[in-house]
Design a protein around this ligand. Structure first.
Ligand SMILES: Nc1ncnc2c1ncn2[C@@H]1O[C@H](COP(=O)(O)OP(=O)(O)O)[C@@H](O)[C@H]1O
Ligand SMILES: [Mg+2]
Length: 407
């Protein structure tokens, strides 16, 4: 098998495909200055939730929404441990929309006072007062800024919203008070002015939808709505496939184009970008065809989900046979097991036979795959949810690993 040239990033189309209903809706909301909107986009892993949030950020950065100023929080991903507390989220928002601490100066002062006071005894009543004061300072500063600037907040992976600590709990080591991120979102966000909030999450978080709906319901200046994100249609599926294959050829990741019937691609993936990406990764890095995975008949009445589940394990088994300079089959199980992300240090700890350098090279090598999630500002890399789902199956061989490694 030939070794794939080094690429430390995954293939992705330069432009968003489809999603015009969603982007138009968001664009209209952002332009509707002074009214506030909260939208909740939900859909399964790999459908394109994060990509939609990235697109919103790109458009804001180009100031194409409006000639007026728009501030953006960046993507606040609740998967990341820094976002598992109210204080972590407030910090991310402040730093993104007010990097010079012009509006949030008082808030930052209060925060550092809390941090200095933490060793002293504080009873529940005092804690509650401090918490209320800090929240009020945050909202006050935010709304002063929002008097001049439209603000867009984007929250990703909101299905993971049950976290039970905040700055004050951590400082006072109070575990029993369930001051959750969810409570913070539900109580704080509806008090903000001149803001558009986009939540993105998997459908299992529909309880959150009901809670958000209720939280915004009695706020006359807020409009809340939830929308499902569906897969690409057949034409978009074909377009996505062609775009990425063409890009792989331009970047010399593969030599020859491959032709696949769009009807088959659609029938086996349901237009889910991550499933298409797995097939594309396979085609690009094995330099070959994958049509033999598909059965010759499309006339049966199976759903795309059923068809995908029929081939998913074989797709991943073939991906495991690929090489990045190191066999994918050796590294992938470690990624499957470390749901909180993997970096070279942790990999070296789990597999001391591989030097730290080698671990770094192995992980860098994995970044070429679309099913690996990495961002320049993230110290660790992750797998896409769809991969975790498939690799959890004992027949995939990844779950045998815990016996071999020293924990
Ligand atoms: N509308 C789109 N246009 C182009 N690429 C997309 C689109 N939606 C998703 N993708 C690509 O599909 C992959 C999975 O999308 P992602 O946004 O990570 O899914 P999710 O956040 O729902 O799990 C990514 O590589 C992403 O770039
Ligand atoms: Mg995502």
């Amino acid at each position: 098998m030939s070794v794939i040239p080094t690429r430390h990033y995954a293939l992705r189309t330069p432009h968003l495909i489809g999603r015009t209903t969603e982007t138009d809706r968001i664009q209209r909301a952002v332009k509707d200055w002074l009214r506030s909107y909260a939208f909740y986009f939900y859909g399964p892993g790999g459908i394109g939730k994060t990509r939609l949030l990235e697109e919103i950020g790109d458009r804001i950065k180009q100031v194409s929404f409006s000639t007026r100023l728009v501030g953006w929080s960046g993507i606040i991903d609740l998967y990341l441990s820094g976002m598992h507390s109210n204080s972590g989220i407030e910090k991310a928002i402040c730093e993104a929309i007010d990097p010079d601490r012009e509006y949030f100066a008082h808030y930052w002062d209060m925060r550092s006072n809390f941090e200095h006071q933490h060793r002293e005894h504080m009873d529940a009543h005092q804690r509650e007062m401090l918490r209320t004061q800090l929240a009020a300072a945050f909202i006050g500063a935010f709304n002063t800024l929002a008097g001049k600037t439209r603000v867009v907040l984007t929250f990703d992976t909101v299905e993971l919203i049950q976290y039970e600590n905040d700055l004050i709990q951590t400082i006072c080591q109070v575990q029993e008070e369930a001051i959750t991120v969810k409570t913070w979102l539900l109580e704080t966000l509806p008090q903000l002015n001149n803001t558009v909030i986009i939540f993105a999450g998997r459908p299992k978080s529909m309880k959150l939808d009901a809670d958000l709906r209720a939280a915004f319901a009695d706020k006359s200046d807020w409009c809340y709505a939830a929308y499902e994100l569906a897969g690409f249609d057949e034409a978009e599926t074909a377009y996505y496939f062609q775009e990425i294959i063409a890009m792989a050829i331009r970047q010399k990741r593969m030599r020859h184009t491959i032709e696949v019937e769009p009807a088959w691609l659609y029938a086996y993936t349901g237009g889910r970008p991550i499933r298409l990406a797995l097939l594309i990764d396979l085609a690009v890095y094995s330099g070959g065809d994958f049509e033999d995975l598909f059965s010759r008949r499309l006339s049966d009445h199976r759903s795309p989900d059923e068809r995908w589940h029929e081939i998913a394990q074989r797709v991943i088994a073939r991906i495991q046979e690929l090489e990045t300079g190191y066999p994918v089959v050796d590294t992938l199980p470690y990624l499957a097991l470390t749901r909180q992300g993997l970096d070279a240090k942790l990999l070296h700890y789990l597999e001391p036979g591989w030097s730290l350098d080698e671990c770094q090279q192995r992980l860098d090598g994995m970044k070429r795959f679309t099913f690996v999630k990495s961002r320049p500002d993230w110290p660790r890399i992750y797998l896409h949810d769809e991969m975790y789902d498939v690799l959890d199956d004992p027949t995939m061989g990844c779950m045998a690993l815990p016996d071999r490694i020293r924990w």
